[in-house]
Design a protein around this ligand. Structure first.
Ligand code: NDP
Ligand code: GDR
Length: 353
């Protein structure tokens, strides 16, 4: 009998790679999909048995939502699916947006996890299900030590991170209280050609693609000086799965162990289209200039700055390497190259993409 996995957030970047990975391993994958007025299944279309008709094969989708107004749907889905593994990836995952939608973010990213854990208990599956919670390096916020590991204290700097800290602890609490095999993956930033357009790497690689095809002149950004530990999403979903195959439930950091500034990431993305960026001015007047033509390619706009910033993140993945044999395979330059090349091809096919 093949194993059964349930993924919340299957339509997102990580959900789509994880579904692909698990199907490859022989799992039957069930996913929770939100009803939207337009298609939101682009990232998983290729996993339907027949994409034209959305005929189900190894992937089965269920309409659902983890907000508080519909917790009964979670019980119904879990009861029907009877999963061996549950991956909770659903979230309002944009840090800046969480300042505008603070209460909603707390509901989905915080108490949503509690609702899912309770649904597992309501269905009497707490002794058999293995549960993965998508925790995040954003919980370290104003960092208390460098690099950050599983023992570094949290200091969240956004409504998103505060909600995720709640989810982290409720996952630990249900593990300790009810013996559920529940783990936190504390993942540092991971990107890919499937990254949402509003995250900084994708915003830049998509902008670079447009600029290289003459479809756009410049990209507007916020803080260039924060640094992140950037890996490839495809590598990280394998780590999620490995955590659920371990003998005992445990929390793990997944990271590359290298940190790079937004500014350096921008320079690297442009290097892929043979443009060297030089910087002039300061603060909101700073600009990124094409060294050859003198044209402005990066503009700074106040609206892309956050009320509170996470200045620098650097993960220590030693525990994951030691206990799971996991390590990030894709280097930063290869990641950005793949994203730029993907976006150029995408724009060639559809300049409005
Ligand atoms: P995405 O934003 O790409 O995907 C989020 C997913 O959650 C989408 O499928 C979205 O559906 C779904 N979702 C949002 N709100 C709800 C809701 N109320 N009910 C049900 N589903 C919902 O995020 P990623 O794939 O990048 O990240 C996956 C998880 O990992 C998230 O929890 C994120 O916070 C966390 N994380 C991500 C990191 C990263 O660098 N990518 C690092 C650390 C943690 P829809 O498609 O309809 O919007
Ligand atoms: P992050 O990713 O906040 O780390 O959260 P994001 O790509 O949004 O920002 C990274 C850094 O870039 C700076 N920045 C900008 N960011 C965006 N989005 N848009 C801009 O125009 C811009 N200009 C500069 C930001 O200020 C920040 O310092 C991601 C999400 O996937 C979370 O869900 C996840 O938990 C963490 O990574 C780990």
């Amino acid at each position: 009998m093949s194993k059964v996995a349930l993924i919340t957030g299957i339509t997102g970047q990580d959900g789509s790679y994880l579904a692909e990975f698990l199907i490859e391993k022989g799992y039957t994958v069930h996913g929770i999909v939100r009803r939207a007025s337009n298609f939101n299944t682009q990232r998983i279309e290729h996993l339907y048995a027949d994409r034209a008709t959305h005929k189900e094969g190894s992937m089965v989708c269920h309409y659902g939502d983890i907000v508080k107004t519909d917790s009964s749907c979670l019980v119904k889905i879990i009861n029907k699916v009877r999963p061996d593994e549950v991956y909770n990836l659903a979230a309002q995952s944009h840090v800046q947006v969480s300042f505008d939608l603070a209460e909603y973010t707390a509901d989905v990213d915080g108490t949503g996890t509690l609702r899912l854990l309770d649904a597992i208990r309501t269905c009497g599956l707490e002794k058999s299900v293995r549960f993965y919670q998508a925790s995040t390096s954003e919980m370290y916020g104003r960092v208390q030590e460098v690099p950050q590991s599983e023992t570094t204290p949290f200091y969240p700097r956004s409504p998103y991170a505060c909600a995720k800290v709640y989810s982290y602890w409720i996952t630990v609490n249900y593990r300790e209280s009810y013996g559920i095999f529940a783990v936190n993956g504390i993942l540092f930033n991971h990107e890919s050609p499937r990254r949402g357009y509003a995250f900084v790497t994708r915003k830049v690689t998509r902008g670079v693609a447009k600029i290289s095809l003459g479809l756009q002149k410049s990209i507007s950004l916020g803080n260039l000086d924060s640094t992140r530990d950037w890996g490839h999403a495809k590598d990280y979903v394998e780590g999620m799965w490995l955590m659920l195959q371990a003998e005992k439930p445990n929390d793990f950091v997944l990271a590359t162990g290298k940190t790079i500034s937004v500014r350096t990431m921008v320079e690297e993305a442009f290097r892929n289209i043979n443009v060297t960026i030089t910087w002039k001015g300061q603060g909101l007047d700073e600009e990124g200039i094409d060294a050859k033509t003198g044209e402005t390619r990066i503009r700074i706009e106040a609206k892309f700055f956050r009320p509170a910033e996470v200045d620098a993140l650097l993960g220590d993945p030693t525990k994951a390497k030691k206990l799971l044999g996991w390590e990030a395979k894709t280097g930063f330059k290869d990641l950005i190259k793949e994203m730029v090349e993907h976006d150029i091809e995408m724009m060639k096919k559809d300049p409005n993409a």
